[in-house]
Design a protein around this ligand. Structure first.
Ligand SMILES: [Zn+2]
Length: 467
C-alpha cells in the first residue's frame, strides 16, 4: 500500500474536523489517529521503496522561513482562529435530536437527488429554497453538491428551514441560518498544516508510471509536466532515462493528508538537458515559475514570423477563399512580403513537418513543447539543413516567403495552435511570460538557492540509488 492510499483511505472513512459531532475531536480518538499516522510514516520511511523512486518528508519544523511567501506563512496549528469549543458551538447536534428550535436531519446526497427533492422531503416550502439560492455568493456552493456529500438541515413546523450546514470541501464549511425572511450565510475555513515533500524518479516507460513509483498523484505529475511544457514535449519527446525531481507541499489536517499543495521547485532532465524551475511570489503578489536566471518558464512567441511585411489577411472563421471562391475559415494570418523574405521560427521547438502539405505548398510545422505548434506555409524554399526532427531556436530562419501551393501571390500563411486548436496568432495571450522584475532578483536568488539545494540533495540520492 502506498503512502498516498493510506491517507486517502483515512480521509474517506473519517469526516474531517469541521464535523465536530463526530468523536474525532475526543482526545483518545485524536491520539489514536495521530499514532496511526506516525506509525504509517515510520513504516513508510523504513521501506526505501523501489530503487528508481525516492521520497523524503521534511517535518514542518525544518521548513526554512525563506520558503514561504509573506501571504503563506507556515501554520503549525490545525486551525487559524477557531478552537475546538467554538467548533462545538458552531456545529449541529446529532441528527434527529429535538431542540427548542427544530429538528436536525442529516442527508447524504444520492445520485439523481436534488436540493429541491431534499427540501421537499423535509417539508420545506419550495419558496425558501428559491429565496436561499437567490442569495448568491457562498450560497452558490449549494448548486454544486454531488453524491456522497452530506447536508445537515434543521427544520421546524413554523419556520421551515432553520439552519443548514454543508461541508463544501475538506477545508470549508458553509453555514446558513434562516430567521424570518433573512438568511445569514457564513463559511468556516480551516488552515491546513503544510509539509514539504520531495520526490524523484527516472523514466523507464512513461512519466506517469515514474510519477506513480515516486508516489506522486497523477494530478501532481500533470502539474509537474505543465511547468516544463514550454521546453519539453511530453507527448513525443520523453526518453527512457529522463529524470525528474520535485519539491512540493502536502496539506495536512490533524495529521491526515488532505492532498497536495503547490510545487515549490522542480527539475526535469530531458535527453540530458536540465531544466529547473522555482515557484516565486513577488512583493506585488504575482506568482509564476521561473528558471534560475529569473525568466518565466512560460515562454512567449515572436508576434511576427516575418519582418518587412504587412498583414494581408487576418484570422477569421469565415471569409471567401480567393482561389477556391467559397466561404472558408481562415485559421491563420497572411503576411504579404516579397519572395525570398526570411521566415523566422516564432518560438524554439522541433520541426515535426517539413515538405509539401496540399494547398499549403512547402510547409514547416514546429512543435513547441507540449502545448503549442506553429505552421508556416507557401514557402519558396526551406532553409538548407533543416529536416523533420531538427531543433530550431526562436528567431532562427527556417525558410523563405513564396507562393507554393494555393496562393495568389507571395505571402506567408502562419498558423498558431494551442493543443491542436487554431488560435489567432495576433491575439493569443501568454500571461505571466514576463521575466522577474530585477528589483526582486536578490530575494528570488536567496529563496531559489534554498529550494534548489533540496532538489539537488534528493536528485543525488536518487541517482546514487539508481546506479
Ligand atoms: Zn492564409
Amino acid at each position: 500500500m502506498t503512502h498516498q492510499s493510506i491517507f486517502n483511505r483515512d480521509i474517506k472513512s473519517h469526516p474531517v474536523v469541521t464535523d465536530a459531532r463526530t468523536s474525532l475531536l475526543r482526545p483518545a480518538y485524536l491520539l489514536l489517529i495521530s499514532s496511526a499516522v506516525v506509525l504509517a510514516f515510520l513504516l513508510w520511511s523504513a521501506d526505501p521503496g523501489p530503487a528508481e523512486a525516492t521520497r523524503h518528508v521534511s517535518l514542518p519544523l525544518s521548513i526554512p522561513a525563506a520558503n514561504t511567501s509573506p501571504a503563506e506563512e507556515v501554520v503549525s496549528s490545525r486551525t487559524d482562529n477557531i478552537d475546538i469549543e467554538e467548533l462545538n458551538a458552531l456545529s449541529a447536534p446529532a441528527a434527529g435530536t429535538e431542540t427548542t428550535e427544530g429538528n436536525w436531519h442529516e442527508v447524504t446526497i444520492k445520485s439523481g437527488d436534488s436540493l429541491a427533492a431534499i427540501f421537499s422531503r423535509l417539508g420545506i416550502p419550495p419558496r425558501q429554497l428559491h429565496d436561499l439560492l437567490e442569495q448568491g455568493g457562498a450560497a452558490n456552493n449549494l448548486k454544486k453538491i454531488y453524491p456522497g456529500q452530506t447536508l445537515r438541515l434543521m427544520t421546524s413546523d413554523s419556520q421551515g428551514l432553520v439552519k443548514l450546514t454543508y461541508q463544501v470541501d475538506k477545508l470549508s464549511t458553509l453555514e446558513i441560518v434562516h430567521e424570518g425572511n433573512d438568511f445569514t450565510i457564513s463559511t468556516t475555513h480551516l488552515t491546513p498544516e503544510r509539509r514539504q515533500i520531495s520526490a524523484s524518479g527516472i523514466i523507464d516507460s512513461s512519466l506517469f508510471v515514474a510519477g506513480q513509483k515516486a508516489k506522486l498523484s497523477d494530478n501532481l505529475t500533470m502539474e509537474l509536466a505543465n511547468i516544463f511544457a514550454w521546453d519539453v514535449d511530453f507527448a513525443l519527446d520523453i526518453r527512457k532515462g529522463d529524470q525528474f525531481t520535485v519539491l512540493y507541499e502536502e496539506l495536512f489536517l490533524d495529521g491526515e493528508s488532505i492532498g497536495h499543495g503547490e510545487i515549490l521547485a522542480a527539475e526535469f532532465v530531458n535527453h540530458g538537458k536540465r531544466y529547473q524551475a522555482v515557484r516565486y511570489t513577488d512583493a506585488s503578489g504575482k506568482t509564476d515559475y521561473y528558471s534560475l536566471d529569473g525568466k518565466s518558464m512560460r515562454k512567449t512567441f515572436l508576434r511576427s514570423p516575418v519582418e518587412f511585411s504587412r498583414i494581408s489577411s487576418r484570422f477569421s472563421l469565415g471569409r471567401k477563399h480567393p482561389i477556391l471562391n467559397r466561404i472558408r475559415a481562415h485559421k491563420g494570418v497572411d503576411y504579404a512580403a516579397s519572395r525570398g523574405t526570411p521566415i523566422k521560427a516564432t518560438g524554439k521547438g522541433k520541426i515535426v513537418h517539413r515538405g509539401k502539405k496540399g494547398g499549403y505548398g512547402n510547409t514547416i510545422v514546429i512543435q513547441h513543447g507540449s502545448t503549442y505548434s506553429t505552421l508556416y506555409a507557401h514557402m519558396s524554399k526551406f532553409r538548407s539543413g533543416l529536416k523533420t526532427g531538427s531543433k530550431v531556436k526562436q528567431g532562427q530562419t527556417i525558410g523563405y516567403v513564396g507562393s507554393s501551393g494555393l496562393a495568389t501571390g507571395p505571402h506567408l500563411h502562419y498558423e498558431f495552435r494551442v493543443n491542436d486548436a487554431h488560435r489567432d496568432p495576433l491575439k493569443v495571450k501568454f500571461p505571466g511570460a514576463d521575466p522577474l522584475n530585477k528589483k526582486y532578483m536578490d530575494d528570488f536568488n536567496a529563496k531559489a538557492e534554498n529550494l534548489m539545494a533540496q532538489i539537488n540533495t534528493v536528485r543525488d540520492v536518487q541517482l546514487a540509488r539508481a546506479n
